[in-house]
Design a protein around this ligand. Structure first.
Ligand code: BV8
Length: 316
C-alpha cells in the first residue's frame, strides 16, 4: 500500500514537472468514464448480456449478425446519452482550452487522445481541435457499402429504428422519440443485461438514405482488425514527433492493451517524456516511485485529475 507521504511526494514531484511542461498529451481509456456510469471493456464489466464486448466490436460479428451488434451498440448509445461528463472530463477540457487560447500566458501545447467512443469528452466543452477520438464515436453512423461514403455525424437520435427502440425499450415502456433531456431524466435501473437478444432482420436496422440498394448503416467506430482514421493518426504522429518533445503523458483509465493506442506512451517516453498514470489498478513498483520517469496515482480518475492538474487548470 503506498503511504500517504509516498503519494504526496509523488504528487509534489508530478506537479513540479507539470508546471514546467510545455507539451502535454493525455491518453484516455474506458476508466475515465466509469464514474459517469459507463462500464469498462475488461474484467467483469466487459460483458453485455452473455457476450464479451470485444467479440462484438469486430467486422465479423457485424457481418454474421448485424442485428445482434446493432442491439449492443443501441445499448451503448443509450447508456452514453444517459451519462454525463464527470470532473475528470472537465479537468481535461479545461486543460484543452488552456492550450487553445494561448494568450492567457500559460504556454502549453496539449492534446487528448481518447480511445473512448462515448462522446463524453466532446460533451465536456473540450476544445474541438485538440481532441482526437481515435476509435470514432457511437454517435456517428456510416454506410457499409464500399461504393458509398455517406456518414451521419453527431446523430443522437433515439431510437434509430423501431426495432432498436424495442431493445432500448428495456429502459422505458413508451416507445417514442425522446430528447436528450428526457433520456437523462429516465430511470436506467432496469439493466438490459438479462433480457434475451431479439432476432432482427436487416430491414429492422438503420439503412443508408443515399444508397439505392438499401445498404446497412453501421456504428462509426473503429472495430478490432480495422485501421484507425489516417488523418487523426497523422496529426497525433506530427504532434509527438515534432522537434519539441512531449514533456508529459497522462495515462488515464486505460489497461494499455489496445494497439496502436498503447504505443504512444512508449514513443513519448523514448523521447524523454515523463509518464503519470491515473488508474484504480497500478503496479506497486510505480506507486513506490521505483519506476524511472513514471508517477502513479491510484484511484478514480474523476477524483484524481482535478487535484493533480490544479496547478495548471485551477479549481473546477
Ligand atoms: C489495428 C471502438 C491494424 C469499438 C475499440 C494481438 C496482440 C496485440 C495487438 C493485437 C493482437 N491482435 C490484434 C491486435 C490489434 C488490435 C488489438 O489491440 N487487440 C487487443 C484486444 C489485443 N487492435 C486493433 O485491431 C486496432 N487496429 O491494429 O489496425 C490494421 C492496419 C491496417 C489495416 C487493418 C488493420 C483497432 C483497435 C480499436 C478497437 N476499438 N473501440 C467500441 O468501443 O465498441 S477499443 C475499445 O477497447 C474501447 O475503445 C476501449 O477504450 C478500449 C479498451 O481499452 P481501455 O480503454 O483501456 O479499457 P479497458 O476496459 O481495457 O481498461 C479500463 C482501465 O480503466 C483498466 O486499467 C481499469 O483498471 C481502469 N479503471 C477502471 N475504473 C477506473 C479506472 N481508472 C481510473 N478511474 C476509474 N474509476
Amino acid at each position: 500500500m503506498e503511504s500517504e507521504q509516498q503519494m504526496s511526494k509523488q504528487l509534489r514531484e508530478f506537479q513540479e514537472h507539470l508546471k514546467k511542461s510545455k507539451k502535454i498529451v493525455a491518453l484516455v481509456g474506458a476508466g475515465l468514464s466509469v464514474s459517469s456510469g459507463l462500464p469498462t471493456f475488461r474484467g467483469s464489466q466487459g460483458l453485455w448480456k452473455n457476450f464479451n464486448m470485444i467479440d462484438l466490436a469486430t467486422p465479423d460479428a457485424f457481418y454474421i449478425d448485424p442485428g445482434l451488434v446493432w442491439q449492443f451498440y443501441s445499448w451503448r448509445r443509450v447508456s452514453a446519452l444517459k451519462a454525463r461528463p464527470n470532473r475528470g472530463h472537465l479537468a481535461l477540457s479545461k486543460l484543452s482550452n488552456l492550450s487553445s487560447n494561448r494568450d492567457n500566458g500559460k504556454k502549453v501545447d496539449y492534446i487528448t487522445i481518447t480511445q473512448n467512443v462515448d462522446g463524453l469528452s466532446s460533451r465536456s466543452n473540450h476544445c474541438k481541435d485538440n481532441l482526437y477520438e481515435i476509435h470514432g464515436s457511437l454517435f456517428n453512423l456510416k454506410c457499409t457499402s464500399f461504393m458509398c461514403n455517406y456518414v451521419d455525424r453527431n446523430n443522437f437520435k433515439h431510437p434509430l429504428t423501431k426495432a432498436l427502440a424495442d431493445t432500448e425499450d428495456e429502459y422505458e415502456k413508451k416507445n417514442r422519440k425522446r430528447t436528450l433531456e428526457e433520456i437523462e431524466q429516465q430511470d436506467l435501473s432496469i439493466s438490459p443485461q438479462f433480457k434475451p437478444v431479439v432476432q432482427l432482420t436487416e430491414s429492422d436496422l438503420p439503412q443508408c438514405p443515399v444508397c439505392k440498394d438499401g445498404s446497412l448503416l453501421r456504428p462509426g467506430v473503429v472495430w478490432f482488425g480495422e485501421s484507425l482514421p489516417l488523418n487523426v493518426i497523422t496529426k497525433i504522429d506530427n504532434f509527438i514527433e515534432s522537434e519539441t518533445p512531449v514533456d508529459l503523458v497522462l495515462v488515464i483509465g486505460t489497461s494499455g492493451t489496445v494497439y496502436p493506442a498503447n504505443s504512444y506512451v512508449d514513443r513519448i517516453k523514448l523521447k524523454g517524456g515523463k509518464v503519470a498514470i491515473f488508474n484504480t489498478d497500478i503496479e506497486e513498483d510505480i506507486l513506490q516511485g521505483k519506476v524511472k520517469d513514471t508517477w502513479g496515482f491510484r484511484g478514480d480518475a474523476a477524483e484524481l485529475l482535478p487535484v493533480a492538474l490544479e496547478p495548471l487548470i485551477g479549481e473546477i
